[in-house]
Write a protein that binds this ligand. Sequence first.
Ligand code: SF4
Length: 461
Amino acid sequence: MSAQSPLTAIPAQRRIGMVSLGCPKALVDSERILTRLRADGYAMSPDYAGADVVLVNTCGFLDSAKEESLAAIGEAIAENGRVIVTGCMGNEAEAIRAKFPAVLAVTGAHQYEAVVEAVHEAAPPGQGPFVDLVPQTDIKLTPRHYSYLKISEGCNHACAFCIIPQLRGKLASRRIDAVLREAEKLVAAGTRELLVISQDTSAYGVDIRHEIRDWHGHPVRAHMTDLARELGQLRTPEGLTPWVRLHYVYPYPHVDDVIPLMAEGLLTPYLDIPFQHASPKILKAMKRPANEAKVLERLRNWRDICPDIAIRSSFVVGFPGETEEDFQYLLDWLDEAHLDRVGAFRFEPVEGAAANDLPGAVPEEVKEERYARIMAKTEAISAARLSAKIGRVLPVIIDEVGEPDEDGDIGATGRSQADAPEIDGNVFLRDVPYTLAPGDIVDVLVEDADAHDLFGVVARG
Ligand code: SF4
């Protein structure tokens, strides 16, 4: 018999630290990488000190994001020293290596194989009993009750201000059955809200000619309307319909087909449509997809079919060539469109973007002034739309439950169907039942509102 204890034969489990920067799409990439690594026998480290190697998933879209990414790489090197860089800034491997020669490897956005290989090389995985004991569930970096569902990578458009197609390549859609299987698994594991993301959700499946796959015995196309319909059929283990939110939708004609699903309660009545501008001249200069004149009419039709639909959008002010007249056109359009949620950005040249060469640069002070005006306008619209909800009972998903105060009252923070996590507003609840937990969906009586948030109390049946 060997004198060696069987325990000493088990190799130490390697630990991975992860710093994830950027948009929800990058977060999904981080989740995928970590899920792969865990299946290979790695554990996650919550801090630099306990990690055998640190992965930094970078964002390289705006200059400010690049700076943040470089700072994160620098911090990881100083704190740990064994660093692998991945994500959008991976395209700038030379610049990263020049600044941080100690970086072990640099891989690009969604090069999962390459990053996993680099980790294997830097910290070879342990072999033996651990590997078989690793649970095979996916790793999520979002709270358990909501999850991002990424349906495609890349983009076929060429918007003048954007370098995503250069960074992430052409549209590459996932198989519809793979997307639906992932959604089904997430809902079975506790997800109550699915957030469908991509660069252009309405274009889903175009690159694979909307190929048909079998799903639970019937054919489904890789197409946004089929996807929406099938997601609307999902049920939680308690038999509830999970919330399904569509992000990055362009107003192509087939978007009309999903509005009735929202009216039926099968899809969350919410559309995130990045309009970016309203002036036809600026939209043309921006080379935006689905740039057509009848958007206001479409919005009116959608609201006729589904009065509760919430529309979120984002706009860029100070794009090259934007005159006061173009900007005023946008403000007047917003008065008509009456959007629920708006994010505004001052135009910022991004290295490599076509817009940088356009004539008519808008001076910084004019951008600032327009930004202040669009913010004032959209806040007033948001305040009016939210105050119209006072007195109504709305479903709210709970994100966080507080501790009891000195009187024993507990508050909670949630979101209505009009609020996506991270980007929209909240619903603040008072005096909630002590049994309330994150992920619960409850009816709430709205008592008050400001420009961004609602305030209320759980409605007593
Ligand atoms: S649709 Fe335009 S802004 Fe969006 S990723 Fe594609 S090129 Fe960029």
